[in-house]
Design a binder for this molecule. Structure first.
Ligand SMILES: Nc1nc2c(ncn2[C@@H]2O[C@H](COP(=O)(O)OP(=O)(O)OP(=O)(O)O)[C@@H](O)[C@H]2O)c(=O)[nH]1
Ligand SMILES: [Mg+2]
Length: 391
């Protein structure tokens, strides 16, 4: 039997659909990770598979996509904790998987920021290897696979000063092209990756991962705020529906509403990850819980209090919508700036950019006005209905 001389542990990271699982299958020369073309990440949790080859043993950990805005940030961090726990001895390399054609998209550059914040800037670069998948497109992008490093150093292929260029520079241009869907080219990529493995840096262990915990939590809390609020919105909608049922069917049974309030409290606790970022909502939920737990005996008074609670929950929901709308307007603001800058660069005359800017402000304000009108109408209508019911 062939003697196994060495063992290498690798972790695959990257955004959803980059080709992590396919690269894992190429590395292990069998289909052990699920690969799919769906928009949502096909792996929900980190998975490990190992294989002994003639010269070495490879252990590969595949992870769910990190730049998935539908996922709570707490879940992303938990997944990576789990991934680290799958190989406690640490990883020889953290493989950052990118689709060849997506080198310079904003989303990719954001993913680099997120991954660096998750793993700690320097320690990540020390053991990072960039895997470029979809090698089949090499011709389209004029890639010279014999010297991918040289190709990546050219400004027309990787924008100078971009986060990708910085990462490549920091990791010494360790990069490998993968042809995951071309079986006879797979072996070559694997051999190249093995020769690329960082020789000097120690394995990336849980100790490195823990060292950047504070930085990671702070970054993830700020980065994940839209996702965080979206989850809370869903939970608030469930609570509203339960309160409506209480009013409609059985005002003596407040257990379902209390149970939803409890779920919401737990969610706020997980999503705030020890920071005070959701303190305002926590206080409101505690007040609501206290009101619902101490309802008056008198039926009329009871209706009043429950309706009051319902209004408060709706208020919290609308505040969330308002912040989302505000985020959209901020996005418009960025677009305006980009529009202005682009116009200046292209034509040297900012007039057209100002036109775009004014247009966007008008569109934003109109959207807000419509939203406010609909809210006002709904609220008047429901008040009228309440009155009718009481009569
Ligand atoms: N042609 C070609 N297709 C690839 C390559 N790598 C991945 N794909 C395709 O890209 C799609 C996504 O690949 P996956 O390996 O599932 O990507 P992933 O990063 O694991 O995705 P998630 O687990 O959903 O985050 C699949 O349809 C793959 O067949 C490659 O090197 N060449
Ligand atoms: Mg996958």
């Amino acid at each position: 039997m062939a003697q196994v001389e060495l063992s290498y542990n690798l972790m695959l990271l990257g955004k959803t659909g980059a080709g992590k699982s396919s690269t894992g299958n190429t590395l292990l020369d069998r289909k052990c990770f699920t690969s799919s073309i769906s928009f949502n990440s096909s792996e929900d949790v980190a998975k490990k598979h190992c294989k002994a080859f003639k010269k070495y043993t490879l252990c590969v950990v595949d992870t769910p996509g990190v730049h998935d805005t539908h996922k709570p940030t707490g879940e992303i961090v938990k997944n990576l904790h789990d991934a680290m726990g799958l190989i406690p001895e640490g990883f020889n390399a953290l493989i950052f998987v990118i689709k060849l054609g997506e080198r310079c998209t904003e989303e990719l550059l954001e993913t680099i920021k997120v991954i660096k914040a998750l793993f700690g800037d320097t320690n990540f670069s020390d053991v990072c290897i960039v895997a470029l998948t979809n090698g089949e497109d090499a011709e389209k992008y004029n890639v010279n696979n014999q010297n991918i490093q040289e190709w990546l150093r050219r400004p027309e292929n990787v924008r100078p000063g971009s986060d990708l260029e910085t990462l490549l520079r920091e990791c010494g241009y360790r990069a490998v092209l993968f042809y995951n869907n071309t079986p006879d080219k797979r072996e070559e990529s694997v051999e190249k990756l093995i020769t690329c493995l960082p020789q000097q840096a120690p394995r990336y262990t849980n100790e490195h991962f823990q060292k950047c915990a504070d930085e990671r939590d702070a970054y993830m809390t700020s980065w994940g705020f839209p996702g965080q609020r979206a989850n809370i919105q869903t939970q608030l909608s469930l609570l509203t529906a339960t309160i409506e049922d209480t009013l409609k069917y059985d005002m003596t049974n407040v257990e379902p509403a209390l149970s939803k309030i409890n779920d919401l409290k737990k969610l706020l606790e997980t999503e705030s990850k020890g920071t005070d970022s959701l303190e305002d909502l926590k206080i409101q939920v505690t007040n609501i819980e206290s009101e619902m737990s101490n309802l008056p005996e008198d039926a009329d008074q009871r209706i009043e209090v429950i309706k009051n609670v319902e209004q408060k929950v709706n208020g919290m929901k609308n505040a969330g919508l308002f912040s989302s709308a505000f985020a959209v307007l901020s996005g418009c603001g960025t677009a305006i700036n980009v529009g202005l800058a682009a116009t200046r660069i292209v034509s040297g005359i900012p007039v057209f950019g100002i036109g775009i800017a004014l247009g966007m402000v008008v569109v934003g304000s109109t959207a807000f006005a419509i939203y406010a009108l609909v809210k006002a109408y709904k609220s008047t209508k429901s008040k009228k209905e309440d009155k009718e019911k009481l009569l």
